[in-house]
Design a protein around this ligand. Structure first.
Ligand code: DQA
Length: 146
């Protein structure tokens, strides 16, 4: 299976960014752990992080026919981006939305997601482990549908 991991704005600062909220692990720590988990599951995992909405949209568009599943932490674009929602609808690739923090326990504006209702599932509040749970769920879903 081919799975794309997408991380949105400010997630390149993980480790130093509000560690009490987002944890001490850097994005490269999280990605390399996920890559090794993926390789033991025979999954080809690609990763892309961007602070730019149009680059995330381009990565989603380019996934058409190239990826079987998307794992996405859209960062703040979760709460703002109709365009990322439309890109995910356009390619119709199943995806899981991930947040390190519990977005429901924070500011009210973080409780709304433009993606959650079209996601296969949403994982939040479980820190970096959430990426692993999402990978497990994606692989299990792919194994039952193909
Ligand atoms: C986040 C939650 C968002 O509200 C925030 O804008 C982020 C990170 C998370 O992983 O907890 O940048 O997606």
């Amino acid at each position: 299976y081919r799975i794309l991991l997408l991380n949105g704005p400010n997630l390149n600062m993980l480790g130093s960014r509000e560690p009490a909220v987002y944890g001490a692990a850097s994005l490269s720590d999280i990605v390399s752990e996920l890559e090794s988990a993926a390789s033991t599951m025979n999954v080809s995992l690609s990763h892309f992080q961007s602070n730019a909405e149009h680059e995330l949209i381009a990565a989603i568009q380019q996934s058409l026919g190239q990826q079987d599943y998307i794992l996405i932490n859209p960062g703040a674009y979760t709460h703002t981006s109709v365009a990322i929602r439309d890109a995910l609808l356009a390619v119709a690739i199943p995806f899981i939305e991930i947040h390190l923090s519990n977005v429901h326990a924070r500011e009210a504006f973080r409780r709304h997601s433009y993606l959650a209702d079209i996601a296969k599932g949403v994982i939040c509040g479980l820190g970096a482990k959430g990426y692993h749970y999402a990978l497990d769920a994606a692989v299990a879903a792919l194994q039952t549908t193909k």
